[in-house]
Each structure stands twice: as structure tokens, then as C-alpha cells.
Design a protein around this ligand. Structure first.
Ligand SMILES: [Zn+2]
Length: 119
């Protein structure tokens, strides 16, 4: 898990829209088994399908950098930040990044929608 630092002119807004959804996704991902969802075949297949559609873009730079930091260790955590960032973006559908997420990552979106329900 990580704790993204508050930044910008309104830390409370950052915590509400970024930190809490991101960290809640980590808690969900580890609720019964560590990286239960982010290391699942279904999630990894969703990432691969999105990569084919969008030319291997990432939900965020943080998701990309964390993947490359962890994949070299062959860690089960390789997609944990991707999952947390995807959940964060899913839960902020009207933000510019949330709109981008819905346009470029339909398979991750479907996975998270099946998990959390429609928003
Ligand atoms: Zn995180």
C-alpha cells in the first residue's frame, strides 16, 4: 500500500477524490487475499486487452512507474497500483482523467464495474 500525499491548493479535495478511492481499492484488493483482484487472470487479461486497444497507455504515470518497478521482481503486486489508480479514476467519472479512463480503458472499467457496481 501507499499513501499519496495531499498536494495543490485544496488538500481536502485531493484526499476525497484521490487518496481515499485509491487506498480503498488497495483495501478491497487485499480484503481476503493480498492482491486478490489486481493479480487475477481476469484483471491482467483486461490490462492486456486495453493495451491492444490503446497502444499500451496507462491509467496514470504512477500506475506505469509502479508496474515497471515491481514487474522486474516478478511480484504479485505488479498491477496493484494500476488497479488502485483504475478504481480511483472509475470513481471520479466526471474528472478529465476519469473521462480519459472511460475512453481508453474499457476492459479495466468493465472489471471494476463488475466489482463495485455502476456509478
Ligand atoms: Zn497505491
Amino acid at each position: 500500500m501507499c499513501l499519496l500525499p495531499p498536494s495543490g491548493p485544496n488538500p481536502a479535495l485531493y484526499v476525497r477524490t484521490t487518496t481515499i478511492p485509491h487506498e480503498a481499492a488497495h483495501i478491497l484488493d487485499s480484503s481476503t487475499r493480498l492482491y486478490k483482484y489486481s493479480s487475477s487472470t481476469e484483471y491482467i487479461n483486461a490490462v492486456k486487452a486495453d493495451n491492444s486497444l490503446n497502444g499500451e497507455q496507462w491509467p496514470s504515470n504512477y500506475a506505469r512507474n509502479s508496474f515497471y518497478d515491481r514487474v522486474t521482481e516478478r511480484s504479485e503486486a505488479a498491477f496493484s497500483e494500476d488497479f488502485a489508480e483504475s478504481a480511483r479514476l472509475y470513481l471520479n467519472p466526471d474528472s478529465p482523467d476519469g473521462v480519459r479512463f472511460r475512453r481508453l480503458f474499457p476492459n479495466r472499467l468493465r472489471f471494476i464495474e463488475n466489482l463495485l457496481g455502476s456509478i
